[in-house]
Design a protein around this ligand. Structure first.
Ligand code: GDP
Ligand code: MG
Length: 460
């Protein structure tokens, strides 16, 4: 863990390519640290003695008197830069050869190659942004949808930070009240000193954030849909039809698909991850298959919707009933398949049984577009994305928010009850403040920083 501590403490001037690696129209090389301008000058001899702030200058890039390229140099003096340090950005032609040469020259002059996320880590270290905002930067870069990007930007602007700061103010007030109580005995009810309603409303706020975190995930990462149904129900055929090409193996021999296949389709530009799962045959003793089933069930439970396929050409079986039970509590569309070979008796039975469900009948073999299935997915997307948020919540943040929620709810109960242990309440309160500190990065550790920043790209 010494490396993270170094990153946290060292004052090297760092350099990295900030645009994607490879051939492109332009490449931007970023340098940050107290020696940024000095080091840049070794490759930009024409850089003025006191360069103008945040204005691009057209210059010659030279390495040992040899012209490398012509490009633009912009100097961002400290502290009004992305990292809070002196920053220089050099944009040149997007040639990996030129970029490598430039970075190597800067390194031999004394710069160090930046670690993933190190520019943003420095912004955090120098108090330009908090940890919530740093994580939002990464969410923004990786957003798969425009809505995801919008939420990330607003998080970067401090939407979640603001909410948590308000909450923290309430908790500090409550802490002061509890201390008075501890010092001056038990004759007055704590509710007289602090308004428990404030904690209740803080609790509501946290619950709202948590509830919305789920929607956030869909908005940022797309809809996760699992195709379920007994072996040979036509899952892989439907999967291929929705994809528009043959991805999954289709066979009349049961149990052909032994693991997952996940592929993305776009509905109105919105990404939908479709998963075709291994043979769901409940009676199977085959080790590999039952493992596939277990993982399929996990997948089902963490997804946003289920397409539950029932074969209309064969009598309903025990496996159908089991799949029915597994999927009933999820948002699901029941799909009667193989309509070209439907058995009238079976179909009647299916229609009766699934009256009241979202339901459609298809022949995936000859029906390439499957509009009924797509309509269902479309309405699911609309349902989940109707409520827009102004922040993103990472897995790390969600865990801390859950912890915070539990503590606040214990605090609430404690405050409402007449008999309470003030010391215990104070303990919960400290825990809650800790959670907020960990969320924003006021309290942090090398492991957390490593976990957060190692997910970044180099150059950000
Ligand atoms: N007649 C007909 N056969 C189908 C249809 N859909 C799938 N099948 C056939 O049913 C068998 C099993 O299909 P498959 O997609 O592999 O089922 P899975 O085990 O649920 O993935 C294959 O022989 C398919 O060609 C359909 O709409 N009509
Ligand atoms: Mg299959």
């Amino acid at each position: 863990m010494t490396q993270e501590v170094d990153l946290w403490l060292d004052d090297d001037t760092i350099v990295a390519l900030s645009t994607p690696p490879g051939i492109g129209g332009l490449a931007v090389v970023r340098i940050s640290g107290s020696r940024a301008v000095g080091l840049a000058r070794t490759c930009v001899p024409g850089l003025p003695r006191s360069p103008s702030a945040r204005r691009a200058d057209f210059v010659e890039l030279k390495i040992r008197d040899e012209l490398l390229d012509r490009g633009l140099v912009t100097v961002f003096p400290a502290p009004a830069s992305y990292t809070g340090e002196e920053v220089v950005e050099i944009s040149l032609h997007g040639s990996p050869v030129l970029v490598d040469r430039l970075i190597a020259a800067l390194c031999s002059a004394g710069a160090r190659r930046a670690q993933p996320g190190e520019f943003t880590l420095r912004a955090f270290r120098n108090g330009r942004i908090d940890l919530l905002q740093a994580e939002a930067v990464n969410e923004l870069i990786h957003a798969r949808t425009l809505d995801g990007a919008r939420m990330a930007i607003s998080s970067m602007e401090g939407a979640l930070t603001g909410r948590l700061q308000r909450l923290r103010t309430h908790l500090v007030e409550l802490g002061a009240a509890l201390e008075t109580e501890i010092e001056f005995g038990e004759d007055q009810h704590i509710g007289n000193v602090v308004d428990p309603g404030r904690i209740t409303s803080a609790l509501k706020e946290i619950r709202l954030i948590l509830e919305r975190a789920r929607f956030n995930e869909v908005l940022s990462n797309g809809l996760k849909v699992v195709i379920a149904g007994r072996v040979n129900a036509g899952k892989s055929t439907l999967f291929n039809s929705l994809l528009g090409h043959d991805r999954a193996l289709v066979s009349s021999r049961p149990g052909t698909t032994r693991d997952f296949l996940t592929e993305t389709i776009y509905i109105d530009g919105f990404p939908v991850d479709l998963t075709d799962v291994a043979g769901w045959d409940a009676g199977s003793r085959d080790e590999l298959e039952s493992q596939g089933i277990r993982r399929g069930v996990e997948r089902l439970n963490s997804g946003d919707a289920v397409l539950f396929l029932v074969d209309a050409s064969r009598p309903l079986s025990e496996a159908d009933h089991e799949m029915d039970k597994l999927s009933v509590s999820h948002c699901r569309l029941v799909v009667a398949t193989k309509m070209d070979q439907a058995d009238p008796e079976v179909l009647k039975q299916i229609r009766r049984r699934y009256a009241g469900n979202y339901y459609c009948e298809v022949c995936a073999l000859n029906e390439p577009d499957l509009p009924a299935v797509k309509d269902f997915l479309r309405s699911r997307i609309q349902g989940l994305t109707r409520r827009k948020n102004d922040f993103v919540v990472s897995a790390r943040q969600r865990e801390l928010l859950r912890d915070l929620e539990e503590r606040l709810s214990r605090l609430c109960t404690g405050l409402e009850k007449q008999s309470y242990e003030v010391e215990l309440l104070a303990e919960e309160l400290r825990g809650a403040m800790d959670c907020i500190g960990r969320l924003t990065g006021g309290i942090t550790s090398a492991e957390v920083l490593d976990a957060v920043f190692s997910r970044f790209c180099i150059g950000k």
